[in-house]
Write a protein that binds this ligand. Structure first.
Ligand code: ZN
Length: 211
């Protein structure tokens, strides 16, 4: 299959109740979406470079979906046909900057969409992972469990999120949808070693660079 080149990632804020509680946010009546541009994408296996203008870059482990067919105002059945692969991902978030922007009612792009803020992949064909609601995400940092969540506990299922996102943003082949993070977000430090796993079966290591 020819390699699909993404045009964007669409991400969702606040899709797991535990994470909403830990940040003191209110459960939303509809999903809140934001984008990451191509300049945010990095292979998850490469060392993470933290931006120098933030002192509080949080890890958010998330399941990413790859859209293989164009979706615009799609229903759930169409979404199920179009999602071709899943991957482990980090939605890196400059929480100090985000909190400052939120307090002023300003958009979050600087905090969420900076260069390298989306370590991602490799892709796993969706046919290999079984029903998404049975999957579990885990993140260990320096051999300690930081984040863990079953996809069944999401407020909006992954496919429902894709359908909702496609009402507003046409999803092109190769585009990526991130599905939100469970509780346990915390700061990353230089030298941290991260292990991300999907249901214990798919595993990816990465680390934070010293720079
Ligand atoms: Zn996130």
């Amino acid at each position: 299959m020819t390699q699909l080149i993404p045009t964007k990632a669409v991400c969702v804020a606040r899709n797991w109740r535990g994470h909403i509680r830990e940040l003191g946010n209110v459960e939303p009546s509809e999903p809140t979406f934001f984008h990451k541009p191509l300049s945010a994408f990095r292979p998850l296996s490469e060392p993470i470079h933290l931006p120098h203008w933030s002192s509080e870059v949080h890890h958010e482990v998330e399941l990413a979906l790859r859209i293989d067919q164009r979706l615009c105002g799609a229903g759930l059945e169409q979404v199920a046909q179009a999602v071709g692969a899943v991957a482990l991902a980090l939605d890196l978030t400059a929480r100090d900057v985000q909190n400052r922007l939120k307090a002023q009612g300003l958009p979050w792009e600087k905090a969420k969409s900076f260069d390298g803020s989306l370590p991602l992949g490799p892709w796993i064909p969706i046919t290999e992972v079984g029903p998404l609601e049975e999957l579990e995400l885990r993140l260990e940092v320096n051999e300690r469990l930081r984040q863990q969540g079953k996809l069944a506990l999401m407020i909006h299922s992954p496919f429902a999120l894709v359908a909702e996102a496609s009402r507003y943003f046409t999803l092109e082949p190769g585009d990526v949808v991130l599905t939100g993070t469970p509780e346990g977000v915390a700061s990353l430090r230089a030298g941290d070693k991260l292990v991300l796993t999907l249901s214990g079966h798919w595993r990816q290591e990465t680390r934070v660079a010293h720079d």
